[in-house]
Design a protein around this ligand. Structure first.
Ligand code: BTN
Length: 256
């Protein structure tokens, strides 16, 4: 049934045809006092933003470009936990609605057949040491035609349509994401732990067990991705055989 089954997340959805970035709009309404659970969705973004200052191509009508406003009582350092909750929610939703075997490339990419189908950009507004709002932006190449991707993008990106073989209902995916997200988010709020989301991130991880290249500004390390902590940080075994904990913030993790 195509109806919203959540209590707060998505109870108000602001829908735009064309907007620069749903994250920018969500941050603006959050700063002006928008309630927890407000969602901004656009058919097209002219200035879609990715992590690490990258651009996020967001063609009209084909994708799911949306941002959620949250108001958890957490410290700024915990914001990355919200990304893990969102990654778990999107993965479950894609799997349940389409049957496609979505996986998670830590910390914020959802993968289909080794290529990126979704990225998550979590941003926040903070005062002193407390978060006033979090905006979690989710970009999914839903019905995007991969044939239209430039060659260099084709090598690294895919769409749900490419997996399923035909257009899928974006509405159905969005409703499932909001429901899965709310369940995992409320669990985090009540228990103060993202254990449940991390279990899902582990179960569907395409990172764990593999050799990864971790790029942090000017430093690059090659290591084996071993595990996730209960807080959702990545544990790696470096080339000297020592274990290290990686916090998602600025890093780029690549398979090699
Ligand atoms: C990444 O993989 O680098 C993150 C991509 C996040 C893209 C989404 S689309 C909706 C929201 N609005 C934006 O400008 N970015 C996020």
């Amino acid at each position: 049934q195509l109806e919203l089954k959540t209590k707060t997340i998505g109870r108000r959805i602001v829908h735009y045809d064309t907007i620069d970035s749903t994250n920018t709009v969500a941050k603006k309404i959050a700063a002006e006092g928008a309630e927890e659970g407000a969602v901004v969705i656009a058919e097209e973004q002219t200035g879609g933003r990715g992590r690490l200052g990258r651009q996020w191509v967001s063609p009209k009508g084909a994708g799911i470009w949306m941002s959620l406003v949250l108001r958890p009582s957490i410290e700024p350092a915990e914001a990355a936990k919200i990304t893990q909750i969102a990654a778990a929610a999107v993965t479950l939703a894609i799997r349940r609605v389409t049957g496609c075997e979505a996986g998670i490339k830590w910390p914020n990419d959802i993968i289909l057949h080794k290529k990126k189908v979704c990225g998550i950009l979590t941003e926040m507004g903070a005062e002193l040491n407390s978060v006033s709002y979090i905006v979690v932006g989710i970009g999914i190449n839903a019905n995007v035609d991969v044939a239209l991707f430039p060659e260099e993008v084709k090598r690294i990106a895919t769409s749900i349509k490419d997996c399923v073989g035909n257009n899928i209902s974006r509405k159905e995916i969005v409703l499932h994401i909001l429901k899965e997200f709310e369940d995992l988010y409320l669990d985090f709020i009540y228990t103060k732990s993202i254990k449940k989301s991390v279990e899902i991130c582990k179960a569907y991880s395409v990172t764990l067990g593999n050799t990864v290249k971790i790029i942090n500004r000017d430093q690059t390390i090659i290591a084996e991705a071993v595990d996730l902590t209960e807080e959702g940080e990545l544990i790696i075994r470096n080339q000297e055989g020592q274990m290290e904990k990686i916090i998602s913030g600025e890093v780029s993790v690549r398979g090699i």
